[in-house]
Structures are given as structure tokens and as C-alpha cells.
Design a protein around this ligand. Structure first.
Ligand SMILES: [Zn+2]
Length: 167
């Protein structure tokens, strides 16, 4: 995360100080600004596609072996369920998408984000937004291997629930 250095209210330097029971960055002038650094809300979806597959995406700048589920920031005034369908439309061009279930809220501590995660079923022709993504891949559910951070635990829980439901 980029560090915040200056007060957005008066442009003075922020300095460490105590506020609401924690050390935080506070304005060095008496304008009263406190940088709470609250987590940002993000939406994510395990997008199930044709023939028991899932769509994974790779953001621009990620290493070639990294893939994740579709994610994006919640916009002001937007419901999380609307936001994830918008992200799916924008990032991979799928307009025929519907939410199957809400999977839960997962915390991505390293990025200071909370991720509202959904299971979505979608079909149609994938059109990758090349301004945000550098690769998209379709992975059979049987070959999906969750990663240990961010949206990975959501994938792990989804796979576990799916396996149990089929037993
Ligand atoms: Zn200030």
C-alpha cells in the first residue's frame, strides 16, 4: 500500500500519534485530521463457466504464474452484488452472468482489503479488458488449486463445500 504522507485537508505532513486507542498517522497541525487507514471494500467472484470450469484472471504487472479470481473495487453508491456483475462485464466481457451465492467476506491483510466474495455462473464469449488484465485462463474445477492469501481462502472454502455437497 502506498504510504500516506500529507494531510488531505491542509497539506501538512502527517506524523505518528495516538488516536482512538491506536498509533495512527495524524496531522502535524491542529486541523484534526486522522488517517485511519481503514480496509477498502473489494468484490470478488469465482466465475463458473462452461463444462465445470472456472475463469481466472491475471492483472497487468503480475508474474506469469499468478492468477486470481475476478475482483474489483466497490464504487460509491453501489451494492456489492451489482459491483461484482459490473466487474465481470468490464474485465472479461460476460454480460450473461448471475450470482449463485454469496460465499463470505475474506480479509486480504497484506493489501488492507476486505473482499465480498460471490459464486457466479456465467456464459458467453470472453472479451478481456487489456487495460486491466494481461491474461485470462479457463481452469477445470478439478485442477483449481487455491492460493494461501487474498481470495485463495474463498476458493478453498468453495471447493470444500462443493466436494462435500457431492458426497
Ligand atoms: Zn491537516
Amino acid at each position: 500500500m502506498p504510504e500516506m504522507n500529507f494531510c488531505p485537508q491542509c497539506a501538512s505532513p502527517l506524523v505518528p500519534g495516538q488516536a482512538s486507542g491506536r498509533e495512527r498517522l495524524i496531522c502535524s497541525r491542529p486541523c484534526g485530521y486522522i488517517y485511519y487507514d481503514n480496509p477498502l471494500p473489494v468484490v470478488g467472484a469465482i466465475v463458473e463457466y462452461d463444462d465445470d470450469t472456472v475463469i481466472l484472471t491475471q492483472n497487468i504487472g503480475w508474474p506469469a504464474e499468478w492468477f486470481g479470481i475476478v475482483t474489483g473495487f466497490l464504487e460509491k453508491g453501489e451494492e456489492p452484488a451489482e459491483a461484482i456483475l459490473r466487474e465481470i462485464r468490464e474485465e472479461i466481457g460476460l454480460t450473461d452472468a448471475r450470482i449463485v451465492s454469496f460465499l463470505g467476506i475474506y480479509t486480504f491483510y497484506q493489501r488492507n482489503e476486505v473482499i465480498f466474495t460471490y459464486h457466479v455462473r456465467a456464459s458467453g464469449t470472453i472479451i478481456m479488458d487489456a487495460t486491466e488484465l494481461q491474461a485470462v485462463k479457463i481452469v477445470p474445477v478439478a485442477k483449481l488449486r487455491p492460493w494461501p492469501f487474498g481470495t485463495g481462502p474463498a476458493v478453498a472454502d468453495w471447493l470444500k463445500a462443493r466436494t462435500e455437497a457431492r458426497q
